[in-house]
Design a protein around this ligand. Structure first.
Ligand code: TTP
Ligand code: CA
Ligand code: CA
Length: 700
């Protein structure tokens, strides 16, 4: 055995001679397994999710005994509760007071915060009392998340090439197919011979085994039509090997980093993910192919990825049930006629456990967001600028991890969103490509954008600011020389063009300022107008969004006080600090969609629920009027994310909203367009097209 293939030697299979019937799998299937083909029927995917993640991070950091109840506090709410504390009935929406009553020994650790005006985040003992002047930092958890990912990759190190997709701050998907293929050939040399008659459609020999040792795995019962007396076929054995690998990975995380996690092992991402949540903490659940129907039949379909949100609600309404087993009885034509061809077809397959979505190891961050809701609102540019500096520092520290210093990756644009009363405004600017990005540059650009908002007037009181960078591009080389920072031909052309356009449409004066703007208070303006070029979006943004269940973030919805709902991806955005990954999958998840934001973070709002409610026109949820603003911010953040995601989405177009060239065939892994952001044109952060002739003004 080579040291790079750590799983080849274990042999938990009892080798009793079995029946000599042929396998239902062919040589072709085996070869597809080696290629990690998404259509391979022997495919094995694992989903690993850390138990009570932030709580474990704090427990490990503070070296607290593992049986000690502990919860992570954010302002006056709890965002993560460890399993010992859960035994006392402490939950995510338990108030601090209640938690102490339920469990007097509980340790409540507040998340780290950036204090207004300070340059670094820190653990401040009194942070909870200073929501107005502190901003949450998720850096400690991001760092641990990274260490865990590195540990997983190290444990799985190839060959064959590993496929690991970071799905959220505390989750990964692993496509173990290629590894399992290698193990199979090593353990069962009879599989490596050429296919009889050189025909790949020939069946494989039957596995020489009648019983498999699943160790301590939680094994989901087989479908009714199957019995444990049936001899295992190669898919069972592949699953078993996958499960061994996952056990090894979990043990490594435990030994090296002290964290426990739970896992699901199954034939695709959708089932694996349900599996990891099936038994927690510190357990792994295997859903063999022969157990899929049984397993899914017991679920409400609203628990399935992508069916947690609006689409799920629509299906519930149209078919008057939430149960998978009821929906299984509905013929495909009926599904199609009620929810459209593509959605109907997708739904038909997904409830049968068919999901061919890929484990995408190249998921990359597509944008980063740092934001703060102000309560009370802020009233001066000085205050805003102090926050912008923090946002810039926050984003820059994450950019460093993305390799921005070495120019491995680099964002192209910077956006500032500003909320005043019910009005959200947004300004965007290119990040000049001719110089390295640093904290000061981001801070300057952000201040320029704020300057533009100030110019427009109606700025204070401001209740929310959000700074984001996006449009990430890979650098040409890891170590790009100085030449790499020179403006490229096209960019230079674009810059020149946009400048001349601006002059034309804004009647710029010799100071570079448009007439209309010069009338505005010069002092406030000057302060913000610095050397760099500024961009201007015309008019107010339209932040309409219709894709509740397509985005991932990490904010917690205050008005959905249930574990179930949180799984379906509903969270708010108060202090937000997120990085959006460019993956197809994230579009499809609810909370864990929110999860795929590499980490956005979800503050929990713990105000007393108000009796007064309104129905949100976007998501049709009933929301307390007190939470209206946060709720709208949440849509806003989700929209931003969906925009970022939309560029890599493989989601198909839904019939009733589709144009003529819609295809009838839809990949089962895909979701309908209605639930995604628009991909037409170049939507800006708010899903609105950025105008081609976006006005840019050069201020002196
Ligand atoms: P989850 O994986 O949903 O939950 P968990 O890890 O705390 O617990 P479990 O054992 O059930 O998996 O979320 C991961 C982390 O994300 C969680 O520790 C804290 C953070 N988070 C929020 O900040 N807000 C939220 O609303 C949720 C659900 C999670
Ligand atoms: Ca978790
Ligand atoms: Ca999770």
């Amino acid at each position: 055995m080579s040291s790079s293939q750590p799983f080849l030697n274990s042999s938990p299979i009892s080798l009793t001679a079995g029946h000599r019937r042929k396998s239902q799998f062919t040589y072709k299937h085996l070869s597809l397994l080696g290629q990690s083909s998404t259509s391979c029927p022997l495919r094995v995917i694992a989903h690993i999710d850390l138990d009570a993640f932030y709580a474990q991070c704090e427990g490990v950091r503070l070296n607290i005994a593992q049986d000690q109840p502990l919860a992570v506090q954010q302002w006056s709410g709890l965002i993560a509760i460890n399993y010992p504390a859960r035994k006392f009935g402490v939950k995510r929406f338990t108030t601090i007071g209640e938690a102490k009553k339920l469990c007097p020994d509980i340790i409540l650790q507040h998340v780290a915060t950036w204090k207004e005006g300070e340059e670094r985040w820190a653990y401040h003992q009194d942070a909870f009392a200073h929501m107005a002047t502190h901003k949450v930092s998720l850096d400690p958890y991001r760092l641990e998340s990274r260490r865990i990912l590195a540990c997983i990759k190290d444990t799985l190190r190839g060959p064959p090439i590993q496929k690991v997709e970071k799905a959220s701050i505390d989750e990964v998907f692993l496509d173990l197919s290629a590894q399992i293929h290698a193990v199979l050939l090593e353990r069962y040399p009879e599989l490596s011979g050429p296919a009889p008659y050189d025909d790949p459609t020939e069946s494989l020999p039957r596995p020489p085994t009648t019983a498999l040792d699943w160790n301590a795995d939680a094994l989901v019962d087989l479908d009714n039509s199957e019995t444990e007396d049936d001899d295992p076929d190669w898919d069972d054995i592949a699953m078993l090997i996958g499960s061994e690998i996952v056990r090894t990975v979990r043990a490594a995380i435990r030994e090296r980093l002290k964290y426990t996690c739970s896992a699901g092992v199954a034939r695709n991402k959708m089932i694996a993910k349900l599996g990891s949540a099936h038994k927690k903490p510190n357990q792994q659940t295997v859903i063999r192919n022969r157990a899929v129907q049984q397993f899914l039949g017991d679920y409400k379909f609203t628990k399935i990825r992508n069916l947690g949100g609006k689409l799920g609600e629509e299906v519930v309404t149209k078919f008057a049930t939430e149960e998978v087993k009821d929906l299984l009885l509905v013929p495909i034509e009926q599904l199609k006629s009620k929810v459209g061809d593509d959605t109907g077809s997708w739904l038909f397959h997904i409830i049968r456990g068919e999901d061919h979505s890929e484990v995408n190891s190249r998921t990359q961050i597509k944008s980063m967001l740092s934001a703060k809701s102000f309560r009370p609102s802020i009233n001066t540019s000085e205050q805003a600028v102090r926050w912008l500096r923090i946002f810039a520092a926050d984003i820059f520290s994450r950019l460093v991890e993305e390799g921005v210093v070495e120019n491995r990756r680099r964002p192209k644009t910077i956006n500032l969103h500003h909320r005043q009363g019910g009005q959200m405004r947004s300004k965007q600017a290119p990040i000049p490509s001719g110089r390295p990005i640093d904290e000061a540059l981001l801070s300057d650009l952000a201040q320029n954008l704020l300057g533009q908002i100030v110019v427009d007037g109606r700025v204070w009181p401001c209740s929310n600011l959000q700074l984001s960078v996006g449009g990430f591009e890979d650098g040409p080389t890891k170590n790009r020389g100085i030449g790499g920072f020179l403006v490229r031909g096209d960019e230079a052309k674009a810059m020149i063009t946009s400048k001349s356009e601006n002059h034309g449409s804004f009647h710029a004066t010799d100071t570079g300022l448009p007439m209309k703007r010069r009338k505005l208070e010069d002092g406030a303006l000057r302060k913000f107008l610095t050397k760099s070029e500024m961009s201007r979006d015309e008019g107010e943004e339209d932040n309409d969004i219709d894709n509740l269940d397509t985005i991932e973030e990490h904010a917690t919805l205050p008005y959905e006080h249930s574990e179930e709902n949180r799984k379906s991806g509903s969270r708010t955005c108060e202090d937000v600090s997120s990085s959006l990954l460019g993956s197809n999958e994230r579009m499809h998840e609810g909370i864990d969609i929110m999860d795929k934001v590499e980490q956005s973070q979800g503050p929990i709002l713990t105000r007393q629920p108000s009796t007064e409610t309104y129905t949100c026109i976007r998501c049709k949820r009933s929301i307390s009027v007190h939470q209206k603003e946060e709720h709208e911010d949440w849509h806003f953040a989700k929209n931003l994310q969906s925009h970022e995601n939309s560029t890599t989405s493989t989601i198909p177009v839904r019939d009733n909203e589709n144009s003529a060239q819609q295809s009838n065939h839809v990949s089962q892994s895909k979701m309908p367009k209605k639930f995604t952001a628009s991909r037409s044109g170049t939507p800006n952060a708010l899903g609105k097209k950025v105008e081609k002739g976006q006005k840019r003004l050069a201020f002196g």
